[in-house]
Ligand binder design. Structure first.
Ligand code: ADP
Ligand code: AMP
Length: 231
């Protein structure tokens, strides 16, 4: 635990990386303990499906198949749910395509905010499969556990609300492999988009290390990060 550190959230940050790389885990820790605001497009989409909205209906079949939901639907959803600029915002699982990355830059610039920094969570593929297949999720809050690496206090029961944990439909073995392929094809190009010489926007972290180690590295990076200005 990194208790005792004074958080000074200032900048907007995107977390990108393969499914299972630990983006949600870290975003949940940083928002619960350090004052960041988290926006998770996966959680928002699952809420829409549960509430049977038009967006939920449109997104469900893509998600079940492990495909990305079309960019226009995602960008509209983020616009509708953009947190205010009073604290650093962590974009968890968004953007996932270069089109989405451009749309986010445009959106933040139109609001007079600095450009977001981008942190790539790198984990080798074999480890990702083990993480996804052992993931247990609280469908009410989005909090995630792992049966080996981060187990709840009571088996399959959430520590916070005492309700049941579930295994996500798209964490089944036959979908997991496809999601990892989709990541390599559609999301890896973000590295080139963000890692532009001189822009100081991009950081790659070794996200295969234990959860607390990754949290410490993120805090170091975020607390020393100057806002990236547009001019
Ligand atoms: P993402 O949001 O990138 O898809 P999650 O944060 O949901 O990934 O993590 C995927 C699974 O891996 C979860 O079961 C989580 O408990 C576990 N996990 C996350 N970070 C680590 C880590 N550093 N080491 C081991 N397991 C981890
Ligand atoms: P996640 O919870 O981040 O693993 O996302 C679960 C699923 O939601 C993905 O497999 C996609 O189908 C969809 N999804 C989440 N975020 C995005 C995004 N930024 N762009 C497109 N699809 C997304």
């Amino acid at each position: 635990m990194t208790a005792g550190r004074a958080a000074t959230p200032r900048v907007d940050v995107i977390f990108f990386g393969a499914p299972g790389a630990g983006k949600g885990t870290q975003a949940q820790i940083l928002s619960a303990q350090y004052g960041y605001r988290q926006i998770s497009t996966g959680d928002l989409l699952r809420d829409n499906i549960q509430q049977e909205t038009a967006l939920g209906h449109a997104a469900a079949s893509f998600m079940q198949r492990g495909e990305l939901v079309p960019d226009d639907l995602i960008v509209e959803m983020v616009k509708d749910n953009l947190p205010p600029a009073d604290a650093g915002v962590l974009f968890d699982g968004f953007p996932r395509t270069v089109e989405q990355a451009k749309a986010l830059d445009d959106l933040l610039q139109s609001e007079g905010r600095g450009l977001p920094r981008a942190i790539y969570f790198y984990v080798q593929r074999a480890a990702l499969e083990e993480r996804l297949l052992g993931r247990w999720t609280n469908p009410r809050t989005g909090r995630v556990y792992h049966e080996r690496f981060n187990p709840p206090k009571r088996d399959r029961v959430d520590d916070d609300d005492g309700g049941p944990l579930i295994q996500r439909e798209d964490d089944r073995p036959e979908i997991v492999g496809h999601r990892l392929d989709v990541f390599e094809r559609q999301t890896i190009p973000l590295i080139k988009y963000y890692d532009v010489a001189g822009s100081q926007r991009y950081l790659k972290i070794d996200a295969a290390r234990p959860i607390a180690t990754v949290t410490r590295e993120l805090l170091d990076a975020l607390e020393s990060a100057p806002a990236v200005r547009t001019s």
